[in-house]
Design a protein around this ligand. Structure first.
Ligand SMILES: NC(=O)C1=CN([C@@H]2O[C@H](COP(=O)(O)OP(=O)(O)OC[C@H]3O[C@@H](n4cnc5c(N)ncnc54)[C@H](OP(=O)(O)O)[C@@H]3O)[C@@H](O)[C@H]2O)C=CC1
Ligand SMILES: CC(C)(CO)C(=O)C(=O)O
Length: 311
C-alpha cells in the first residue's frame, strides 16, 4: 500500500489525463472518471505523448458517471470544461468524502463559488494550468509544451494541503507556483484568455500569430486586456500596466498557437464562453464599468451560438 494520497480525476481529458500522469509518476494511486472515453481507457489505459518522456499509465480504477466508489479520494481533481448546464457540484458528489480536498484545474473566473457553496467543509485548491495539451483520440493526449501550475487555497492562502499536493506535482516533474492570492492569479491569467480565446473563435479558429499580425489585431487585444485590467482593479486586484506589453511580447515569441477554446470550437465542442468572458462582463456590469470591446465580443459569440444552436 502506497502512503501517498489517493487521487481521483473527474473529467480525464487533456488536462486531467496529463496531470494524473504526473501524480502517478510521483507514486500516487490515480483513478479516473470518464464519459465518452470510458471504454477506450478501461481497455488500453491513457497514452500521453510528451516532451517529458513516456507518461502513459493505467489508472488504478476507471469509473464512469453514475458508478458508486468503495472509497473516496484524498484529492479529487476536477478538470471538466466549465460550461453552462454542467452541474459540476453534482458531478463530483458521488466521490466526495468528508476529508476529500477538491482541486480545480480549469480556466475562467469566479468558477469556484458553486463548489464552495455546495461543499463548505471541504477545502478547495484552485489551480491555473499553463500548458499546451489536447486529446487526439480516445485515451490519447498530445502534450506539446509547458506545464506549470499556479496553485492556492480558495479563496486565499496556502495551507498544508497545497504544500503536499504541490510537492507531489514537483516530484512528478512539474513546476508549481504557490500563491496566497489565487483569485488575483485567475484575473492575471484572464488578461490573456479573455481576449485571445473568444477572439480566436470569432475569427474561425485563428492562431495567435494571425490574431496579432492582422491589421488592427494587436490594438484590439490591447483594448480588451485593458478592460479586463479595469474590471480586476475594481474587484480589488490592481495590476501593473506593463503586463499589457508583456502579454503581447510573450505571445509574439511563442510559435503560432491555437488555445483550448479555439480547439473546442474547431472540433464542434461547446466553448467556455461564460467562464472566460461572460463572467468578466457580468462583474464589470456590477461595478457599472463600461467594457465595450469585451461586450461586443460576448454578444457576437452569443449570436453565433444562436445561429449554430450551440452554447
Ligand atoms: N487543453 C489545454 O491546453 C488547456 C486547458 N485548460 C483548461 O483546463 C480545463 C480542462 O480542459 P481540457 O482538458 O483541455 O478539456 P477536455 O475537453 O480535453 O477534457 C474535459 C474532459 O471532461 C470530461 N467530462 C465532461 N463532462 C463529464 C462528465 N459528466 N463525466 C465525466 N467526464 C466528463 C470530458 O469527457 P467527454 O469526452 O465525454 O466530453 C473530457 O474528457 C478547461 O477549463 C480548460 O479551459 C487550461 C489551460 C490549457
Ligand atoms: C494559456 C493557454 C493558452 C495555455 O495554457 C490556455 O489557457 C488555453 O489554451 O486556454
Amino acid at each position: 500500500m502506497s502512503s501517498k494520497p489517493d487521487i481521483l480525476i473527474v473529467g480525464a481529458g487533456a488536462i486531467g489525463s496529463f496531470y494524473g500522469a504526473i501524480l502517478k509518476k510521483a507514486g500516487c494511486s490515480v483513478s479516473t472518471v470518464l464519459r465518452s472515453e470510458y471504454e477506450a481507457v478501461k481497455a488500453n489505459g491513457i497514452r500521453i505523448n510528451s516532451p517529458l518522456g513516456d507518461l502513459s499509465y493505467r489508472p488504478d480504477h476507471v469509473y464512469k458517471d453514475g458508478d458508486k466508489p468503495e472509497t473516496t479520494p484524498d484529492y479529487l481533481i476536477l478538470c471538466v470544461k466549465v460550461l453552462p448546464g454542467v452541474d459540476r457540484a453534482a458531478l463530483v458528489r458521488p466521490w466526495m468524502g468528508e476529508n476529500t480536498r477538491l482541486v480545480l484545474i480549469e480556466n475562467g473566473l469566479d468558477i469556484e463559488r458553486e463548489l464552495a457553496d455546495a461543499y463548505p467543509d471541504n477545502p478547495i485548491i484552485s489551480c491555473l494550468a499553463f500548458i499546451a495539451a489536447s486529446r487526439t483520440e480516445p485515451g490519447v493526449v498530445e502534450h506539446k509544451a509547458y506545464g506549470k501550475l499556479v496553485m492556492g487555497r480558495y479563496p486565499k492562502g496556502i495551507d498544508d494541503d497545497c504544500r503536499e499536493l504541490s510537492q507531489l506535482f514537483m516530484d512528478g516533474g512539474i513546476n508549481i507556483d504557490l500563491t496566497e492570492e489565487v483569485v488575483g492569479e485567475r484575473w492575471r491569467k484572464c488578461l490573456w484568455n479573455t481576449p485571445f480565446n473568444p477572439l480566436s473563435v470569432i475569427a474561425n479558429g485563428a492562431d495567435t500569430k494571425t490574431i496579432l499580425e492582422t491589421e488592427g489585431g494587436e490594438e484590439l487585444i490591447r483594448a480588451m486586456i485593458r478592460e479586463v485590467m479595469d474590471v480586476a482593479a475594481a474587484e480589488g486586484y490592481p495590476m501593473d500596466e506593463k503586463l499589457i506589453d508583456q502579454n503581447i511580447e510573450g505571445t509574439r515569441k511563442m510559435p503560432p498557437y491555437k488555445n483550448s477554446m479555439a480547439l473546442d470550437y474547431l472540433n464542434g465542442r461547446p466553448i467556455e464562453r461564460e467562464a472566460v468572458l461572460g463572467n468578466v462582463v457580468a462583474i464589470a456590469q456590477r461595478h457599472g464599468l463600461p467594457v465595450p470591446h469585451l461586450n461586443t465580443v460576448l454578444v457576437t459569440l452569443k449570436m453565433r451560438a444562436n445561429l449554430e444552436d450551440r452554447n
